[in-house]
Design a protein around this ligand. Sequence first.
Ligand code: SIN
Ligand code: CO
Length: 384
Amino acid sequence: MYQLNLGSLSLTEFLNDYWQKKPLLLKGGFKQFTDPLTADELAGLALEEEIESRIVSCVNKQWDMQTGPFEDFSVFGETDWTLLVQAVDHWHPDAAKLLDPFRFIPNWRIDDLMVSFSTPGGGVGPHLDQYDVFIIQGEGKRHWRVGMPDSNLQQMCPHPRLLQVSPFTACIDVITEPGDILYIPPGCPHDGISIENSLNYSVGFRAPAQKDLLTGLADHLIDHDVTGKRFSDNGRSAAKSVGAISDTDLNQVQQLLQQLVNDKTMLPHWFGSLITRAKHELDINEPDPHYSNEEIAEYLDEGSVLSRCGGLRCCYYQQTPDSDILLFINGDQITLPANELTTAQLVCDFTALAPEQNLHFTHSAERLMLLTSLINQGYWYFSE
Ligand code: SIN
Ligand code: CO
């Protein structure tokens, strides 16, 4: 189990003073850090078709970027390249545990665990990210520079698939060692150059853009065949120019759209399902044959431990203590009665359930059916 050490800061101080505001170095953020995976294991993941990986290299000031899967790393030589593997938490349960110390931020804001292996001189170049990230130093050492957002920085493309920024002034300039953690808010330029073979773990967050939200709302309307209200214009006066779109008409169109967005009944349904959809492939293994409710009850009585499939996104929403609970799992919605909050919390707040927590599901037929169905879909599995 990894435990986050914020030094002299309390969690509240970190959230008030640094989160989304300014970068922070947590020297020894994880004490006595042990890597959850080896560079060889990471290379093994990059062999897989369904796992997103890329190699960024810079030789003689010439940047290059290749996408995986990769079979042969020897062609890249001993220096000046970085392998980056996305959503490692979906495929490697031990690596997924690195997300747990950051779960003071809700599930829906957490994106994935990206792991990089860099040879000496390797890095992706100075760049900005749109999202918050905690970068954990694993084995090896890396020279990191991080700056504050600066509107004078110029974006440049040294390679068609690489977006970098012009040189920046660093407010953090450090050689990170195993267990050190950098927190980098969105828009802060950063650059990490490896000193020796080095593993870095990036805990990334997601922040939907207005475009994503509107697309999600539109998908919900299409999926549920909702047309909504139609434009109406009783009280119209005769148009002076029939070719013109008037401001009065535009205001009405705007109001019509706002009514849709303001609909608080619809909001949790479409947002919950949008935000729990997986961005990267999941390692789902559906049991064959499926378990019966009775078999599941037996396993739970025997004290089995349950684990959630890595990267599975689970959230719930309950408007008031008397309202039904909307449970969202991997984009699907399940409605639970108001008094089943513990059930929703067990499913959403924990990535592994201990035997005593599991007994909760044996206390009613409905809970057992829900858990059986989650296990039969490969969303939860018996890990011990
Ligand atoms: C890396 O690990 O090389 C890249 C991490 C980042 O800069 O976002
Ligand atoms: Co970055």
